[in-house]
Design a binder for this molecule. Structure first.
Ligand SMILES: Nc1ncnc2c1ncn2[C@@H]1O[C@H](COP(=O)(O)OP(=O)(O)OP(=O)(O)O)[C@@H](O)[C@H]1O
Ligand SMILES: [Mg+2]
Length: 246
């Protein structure tokens, strides 16, 4: 895959040659709670490379979700720069950001966030249909994505008929169906037992290897850090260690 082959969002001229999928430089995020300032991130600089399988861990309140929302382009920094495929994302307006995100980033959430009245298949078709892909084409791609996560027998099931682990597999299929460059998963295993947690991390690892998609996920569980390429420990809004694993 050649990242330079992808078309940047329209009207953007700020693409520079950067050898990282995502480059953060001195990222800060301050929240205001009334008069009180909460500095969730104090100056984070990181390069994330295409194809990495990366975990962010650290205690509650250390800034993991804040960082995921910034890397996922859901939220913007108070200061600092974030380049995605060489593009300065702080220069994008909301419409361009939504379009950019919709083509490049898949999301997996702690609480699965499936639409309860839709079948597994319809849930996975949704991001494509939002993008205007025809129903027939969306169906084909969603069926393939559900087969990739081993759920071909459950395509017609609504989420309430599926186990937690199966629901999260549907959510992973939904994240991957757009063929993203990056999947962001904030605590994807927090609502799962240890066996299902292991299965979900293994599945993400398989998808990372098979499709070359970059995964960044957060966890509280040290047992899930064993099979990552790289793990970044946050504490009080700062990176305290960034280890590449053998
Ligand atoms: N929208 C917000 N408004 C105000 N403060 C916020 C907001 N979001 C996060 N914070 C604060 O920023 C800090 C970091 O929060 P964050 O949710 O990123 O931590 P976390 O590492 O994801 O924690 P957890 O493990 O509990 O999910 C905390 O002090 C939190 O209270
Ligand atoms: Mg969090």
């Amino acid at each position: 895959m050649n990242r330079h082959a992808s078309t940047p969002a329209s009207g953007i001229s700020s693409v520079t040659s950067i050898d990282a999928l995502i480059r953060l430089r001195d990222i800060r995020r301050r929240f205001m709670l009334g008069e009180t300032a909460i500095d969730a991130l104090h100056g984070i600089s990181l390069d994330i490379h295409a194809g990495e399988f990366l975990a962010v861990w650290g205690p509650s309140g250390s800034g993991k979700s804040t960082l995921m929302n910034l890397i996922g382009l859901i939220d913007g920094p108070t200061a600092g720069t974030l380049h995605f495929e060489g593009l300065d994302t702080t220069a994008l307006d909301d419409g361009a950001l939504t379009d950019f995100r919709g083509h490049r980033i898949g999301f997996v959430f702690q609480s699965f966030n499936l639409v309860p009245v839709l079948s597994a298949l319809e849930n996975v078709m949704l991001p494509l249909q939002i993008r205007g892909v025809t129903e027939r084409h969306a169906r084909e791609r969603a069926l393939a994505a559900l087969a990739d996560v081993g759920l071909e027998r459950f395509v017609a099931a609504r989420p309430d008929k599926l186990s937690g682990g199966q629901r999260q597999r549907v959510a992973i299929a939904r994240a991957l169906v757009i063929e993203p460059r990056l999947v962001i998963a904030d605590e994807p295993t927090a609502n799962l037992d240890s066996e299902n947690s292991r299965m979900i991390v293994d599945l993400m690892r398989d998808m990372n290897r098979a499709k070359g998609v970059t995964f960044v996920f957060t966890t509280h569980d040290p047992r899930l850090l064993e099979h990552v390429d790289r793990r970044i420990l946050l504490r009080d809004g700062l990176v305290v260690s960034d280890e590449a694993m053998a």
